[in-house]
Design a protein around this ligand. Structure first.
Ligand code: SF4
Length: 160
């Protein structure tokens, strides 16, 4: 797993392209998710998401994926769950002070983001983690947020 996740970071640009292709598809499928019902699709979709992302990113299914802002290095693999950059304990060789045999996920995140077109997203300040979303699908969350925003926009257009 560890070597796969390191390989993904080294190929962050490729995975960024995959993500940019995949995200609109998930959003386009929003009418289907709506029709079937989000609670009903949650289980199979989160299982599929867990399977694919665990394999590639060592995903912990936090439900609020920020891989596209972290050079494809999952911040939930940090033993301190740091989501806004490294702690002060990065060793001189770029490894983690808690798990000295492993590189700091934020050292990887920085290197991965340098390979990405939208690598500047690493500077965005992330909200604190919402533990209530643990285990839920980030994919469905993105789709739901996009449709909610579109319907709100429509509503505002009608109100004007
Ligand atoms: S940020 Fe969250 S959803 Fe994304 S790979 Fe890491 S644990 Fe999984």
């Amino acid at each position: 797993m560890y070597s796969i996740r390191r390989w993904v970071v080294r190929n962050a640009r490729f995975f960024e392209v995959v993500y940019r292709t995949f995200e609109p598809v998930v959003i386009k499928l929003a009418p289907l998710w709506n029709k079937v019902g989000y609670p009903r699709v949650e289980k199979p979709v989160s299982k599929l998401e867990k399977f694919s992302k665990e394999l590639l990113f060592d995903c912990k299914m936090c439900g609020q994926c920020i891989l596209s802002s972290t050079g494809m290095s999952c911040p939930m693999n940090c033993p301190k769950s740091m989501r806004n950059g490294p702690c002060g304990g990065v060793l001189q060789n770029g490894h983690c002070e808690v798990l000295p045999e492993k590189r700091c996920v934020w050292v990887d995140a920085w290197e991965g983001s340098k390979k990405m077109k939208s690598g500047d997203a690493i500077h965005a300040v992330q909200l604190p983690i919402d533990h209530r979303l643990q285990g839920s699908s980030s994919w469905l969350r993105v789709a739901r947020q996009a449709t909610d925003a579109a319907s709100q926009h429509k509503q505002e257009g009608r109100d004007d």
